[in-house]
Design a protein around this ligand. Structure first.
Ligand code: LLP
Length: 426
C-alpha cells in the first residue's frame, strides 16, 4: 500500500524517521514517499500495458514540482485544469503533446497559453467552448485537437455527492444524447478537430462497474459516429481510481485493468488515463503536533497544530484519514488502518485544529492511544487533495512539503512565512 512503516517504535517514511524530518522542518509538514508515488504509477502503467495508454497524471491531486518532475521522468503526461496547472506542467518539463486540458470554464487566456504549448488535447465541455477554441486556434493559424467530454449518466456508489461528475445534471461535459449531433456539427470546424472522446465519472470510484458502464456507452456512441463517417481515434477514460484510506477498500490497478481492457483491446483507439489520487494519495502523510488536550461536555478534544486549512477533506467530504502517533514506544504500532481499530488503553477523541470553526477537525470520535502535549501524530493517505487544497485561512502560513527517497530527504516546499501571507498585497 505504501512505504510508511514503524521501525523500532518510530514511524518511518522509507528509511527516514519521520521524527528526524520534523525536528528540522517543524509541523505541520507533508511528507511524501517517492517510492510509493512511483510504485503506484508503475502499477497503473503495468496493469494497462496491453492498451499502451498515455498516462496523464492529474496535477490537481498533488502538484508540487518535485512530484511532477519525478513522474515526468517516469514517462507520465499530465492532466491540467487551469493555466496555473499548465504552467506547473511546463515547469516540470512536460512534453506539450502529453498534456490534456479539462475544465468547464477555460478562459481565452488559458486556451491561448495551451495553444502556445501545443498541448495534446483540449477536453471540451460545451458547444460554446468548442467554437471558441476553433476561433482562437484560427487566429493563431493552428489546428487544435479536442476530446469531447461526454457525460455518460452513470451511477457510482460510494462517491461523495461533491465529487460525482458522471451523472446528468452535474456541470460536466455534454449529455451523451446530445453528443452525436455535437460531433456532426463540429466536423465543420476549420481549426479545431474533434476526434477524441473524454470521460471522467467522479472520484473516487470504488468499483469497476461504473467504468464498464461508461465505456460501453462511449463505445456505442463511437460506433454510431463511425456509421456516419466520423472517426474517433482517441478515448480518454479520465481518472477516479480509488486509493487506500482504510487499507482494503479499493480495487487494485490490476482489478480496474481486468474490467476495462477486454472492452478496449480490439479497438484501434489511443487510450488516455488521468489518474491522480491512485498515484499520490498513499504517497503522502501530514505530520502534526499535539498542542493541548481538553474536555468539552462528554467529549475529549486533542488539539493539534494542523487544521482544516491544511487538510480540508474531513470537514468537506466527511473523509476518513487514519491517524496514529509517530512514536509508538508507549503504545502499540497499528496492525491495520481501519476505522474499527481499537487497541488497549486507547481513548475516544476528536482531533481538532486551532481554526475558529467547529468544522475544523481531522477526525471525530476516533480511538487513539493517549497522547500528551508535544507528541507527533501522522495523518495517513494525505498525499492527494491534501496540500493541494490547503489555504491560508485564519492567516495560517501553509505547511512545508518534504520528499523522501530511500535514506535521503529534502524540503520540496518551504513552510510559508508571515511575509508570504502579505506579499501580494498592495
Ligand atoms: N480528470 C478529471 C477531469 C478530473 O476532474 C479529476 C479529478 C481527475 C482526472 C483525477 O481524479 P482522481 O484520479 O484523482 O480521482 N477534492 C476531492 C477530489 C476531487 C476530484 C476532482 N477531479 C477529494 O479530495 O476527494
Amino acid at each position: 500500500m505504501d512505504n510508511f512503516q514503524y521501525i523500532d517504535s518510530q514511524l518511518h517514511c522509507e528509511l527516514v524517521a519521520v521524527r528526524d524530518i520534523v525536528e528540522k522542518t517543524g509541523t505541520p509538514t507533508y511528507i511524501y514517499s517517492q517510492t510509493t508515488l512511483l510504485t503506484h504509477f508503475d502499477r497503473i502503467a503495468g496493469a494497462f500495458a496491453p492498451l499502451n495508454p498515455l498516462i496523464c497524471y492529474s496535477i490537481k491531486s498533488c502538484g508540487n514540482l518535485a512530484i511532477l518532475r519525478a513522474l515526468q521522468a517516469r514517462g507520465s503526461g499530465f492532466d491540467v485544469v487551469s493555466g496555473g496547472e499548465l504552467f506547473r506542467a511546463l515547469k516540470a518539463e512536460a512534453d506539450g503533446k502529453m498534456i490534456v486540458f479539462a475544465g468547464v470554464g477555460k478562459t481565452d487566456q488559458e486556451i491561448n497559453e495551451a495553444l502556445d504549448a501545443r498541448i495534446g488535447w483540449f477536453n471540451i465541455e460545451s458547444e460554446e467552448e468548442f467554437w471558441n477554441l476553433d476561433r482562437l486556434a484560427g487566429s493563431q493559424k493552428l489546428t487544435a485537437q479536442g476530446a469531447l467530454r461526454v457525460n455518460p449518466d452513470v451511477s457510482s456508489v460510494g462517491t461523495h455527492q461533491k465529487t460525482l461528475t458522471g451523472k446528468k445534471e452535474t456541470k460536466f461535459g455534454v449529455d451523451i444524447d446530445r453528443a452525436e449531433a455535437f460531433y456532426i456539427q463540429a466536423s465543420a470546424a476549420k481549426h479545431a478537430r474533434l476526434s477524441a472522446l473524454h470521460l471522467h465519472i467522479g472520484s473516487p470510484i470504488k468499483s469497476t462497474q461504473p467504468y464498464v458502464d461508461a465505456i460501453t456507452k462511449a463505445l456505442a456512441l463511437i460506433d454510431r459516429l463511425a456509421a456516419r463517417n466520423i472517426h474517433i481515434d482517441t478515448l480518454d477514460i479520465g481518472g477516479g481510481f480509488a486509493a487506500f484510506y482504510e487499507g482494503n477498500e479499493a480495487p487494485s490497478a490490476a482489478d480496474y485493468a481486468a474490467a476495462i481492457i477486454p472492452l478496449l483491446k480490439d479497438r484501434k483507439l489511443r487510450i488516455i488515463l488521468e489518474p491522480g489520487r491512485s498515484i499520490s494519495c498513499n504517497a503522502g502523510i501530514l505530520v502534526t503536533r499535539v498542542q493541548y488536550s481538553k474536555q468539552g461536555g462528554s467529549k475529549k478534544f486533542t488539539i493539534v497544530d494542523a487544521a482544516m486549512n491544511d487538510l480540508i477533506r474531513p470537514t468537506l467530504y466527511e473523509s476518513y484519514h487514519f491517524i496514529w502517533p509517530v512514536d509508538v514506544s508507549g503504545c502499540s504500532a497499528p496492525d491495520n488502518r481501519q476505522s474499527t481499530l481499537r487497541t488497549a488503553g486507547d481513548e475516544k477523541v476528536d482531533i481538532v485544529g486551532p481554526v475558529c470553526e467547529s468544522g475544523d477537525y481531522l477526525a471525530k470520535d476516533r480511538y487513539l492511544p493517549t497522547t500528551k502535549r508535544g507528541d507527533l501524530l501522522a495523518v495517513f493517505s494525505a498525499g492527494a487533495y491534501g496540500f493541494a487544497m490547503s489555504s491560508q485561512y485564519n492567516a495560517r502560513p501553509r505547511a512545508a512539503e518534504v520528499l523522501v527517497d530511500g535514506k535521503t530527504w529534502r524540503i520540496i516546499r518551504r513552510r510559508e512565512t508571515y511575509d508570504d501571507l502579505i506579499a501580494p498585497e498592495l
